[in-house]
Design a protein around this ligand. Structure first.
Ligand code: ATP
Ligand code: MG
Ligand code: FE
Length: 349
């Protein structure tokens, strides 16, 4: 089986080809980071235009890399949401056009399902498993029970964790995206010089919150002499990173307790999303998982951040089950994985 996947829901224009034996035959990603850097964040209209300009070339590059033609494909998958509507439309239209021209089925994939199923592509993990999805746009804990069968155990009630990294970085004068820079500066800093809150720590449930921590960083920075010294930048970065890691670990610990009780045959704690790159967070999660008898799994970084291989793979899983979509499919800017979960107070889906 051969599936082409297209991802355009955020700031990566990506195309990939994956087969039914978990082989990635092609995987190309064009990041728009340089396009958005001058604005200090993603501008939706700019993103949509960049996707439109680049998507055909990315698909062509993936086809070339895999050495296949459209006629060889079994189906064409694209991210159908959630995400920035302009970008999602570009990917969905492109996939539909290829599907129509080559007479192949079209698959609309939920972007979060792509992240959720990545560990099955990379490691062949069996259901059920616990997933922490920590990215620029999402922060969720999900019990992954089967294809299309997800239970959301927690989500953010305000900012996503990557968003918090990016905003904190901006406040201490670091560039976009902030996560990698915070990690770099934190390595040189003293995490105990400043004390920052550990949001939600000890609270019932598994929801996240990062806006209070963000405000605490803002207030702390206001008290420091300007321009910030290198020591101050490093110490704030270290304090922030430690606070995030502790908060996420606390929430994940609670989710592990629920997960192991309800699904005792589950064996894995899996991470996905760009923030999964964070070494402090990985270290905290590795310890947590081991204590609970779970195996901690982090897919390679290029498959943790947004990519099309995960969309093609979710396509493989859905196609196998006959879950194809009609060409009438309308992009869904909001598309919760677990429709039964209560709505979060803030941005969470
Ligand atoms: P989506 O939320 O739709 O998945 P996104 O593009 O916002 O998409 P990703 O591409 O998965 O998210 O990840 C980007 C985020 O990951 C950014 O917020 C970035 O700051 C953060 N990030 C990347 N590396 C690190 C790191 N080492 N430590 C902390 N955060 C990081
Ligand atoms: Mg991204
Ligand atoms: Fe993503």
């Amino acid at each position: 089986m051969l599936i082409l996947g297209i991802e355009t829901s955020c700031d990566e224009t990506a195309a990939a080809i994956v087969d039914g034996d978990r082989r990635i035959l092609a995987d190309v990603v064009l990041s728009q980071i340089d396009v958005h850097r001058p604005y200090g964040g993603i501008v939706p209209e700019v993103a949509a235009r960049a996707h439109l300009e680049n998507v055909d070339a990315m698909v062509a590059a993936a086809m070339k890399q895999a050495g296949v033609g459209f006629a060889d494909l079994d189906a064409v998958a694209a991210t159908g949401g959630p995400g920035l509507i302009g970008g999602v439309m570009v990917g969905v239209m492109t996939a539909k056009a290829i599907a129509l021209a080559a007479n192949k089925p079209f698959l609309a994939v939920n972007h979060l399902e792509g992240h959720a199923l990545t560990a099955r592509l990379t490691d062949g993990v069996d259901f059920p498993y616990l997933l922490l999805l920590a990215s620029g746009g999402h922060c969720q804990l999900l019990a992954v029970l089967g294809v299309g069968d997800y239970r959301r155990l927690g989500t953010t009630i305000d900012d996503a964790v990557g968003e918090a990294f990016d905003k904190a970085a901006k406040m201490i004068g670091l560039g976009y995206p902030g996560g990698p820079q915070i990690q770099e500066w934190a390595a040189k800093g003293n995490p105990t010089r400043f004390s920052l809150p550990r949001p939600m720590k000890g609270k019932p449930g598994c929801d996240f919150s990062f806006s209070g921590l963000k405000n605490a960083v803002r207030l702390l920075v206001e008290t420091l002499p300007k321009p910030l010294s290198d020591t101050d930048i490093a110490d704030v970065a270290a304090a922030f990173q430690t606070a995030v890691a502790e908060s996420v670990a606390d929430r994940t610990k609670r989710a592990i307790d629920i997960f192991t009780r309800q699904w005792p045959h589950g064996r894995h704690l899996v991470v996905a999303g760009g923030v999964a790159a964070n070494a402090a967070l990985r270290a905290a999660l590795t310890v947590l998982a081991a204590r609970s008898g779970l195996v901690f799994l982090a897919p390679p970084l290029n498959l943790c951040t947004d990519n099309a291989a995960m969309i093609a793979w979710a396509g493989v899983e859905r196609f196998r089950l006959g879950l194809v979509d009609s060409l009438d499919f309308a992009p869904r800017p909001r598309w919760p994985l677990d429709p039964t979960a209560p709505k979060a107070a803030g941005a969470g889906i």
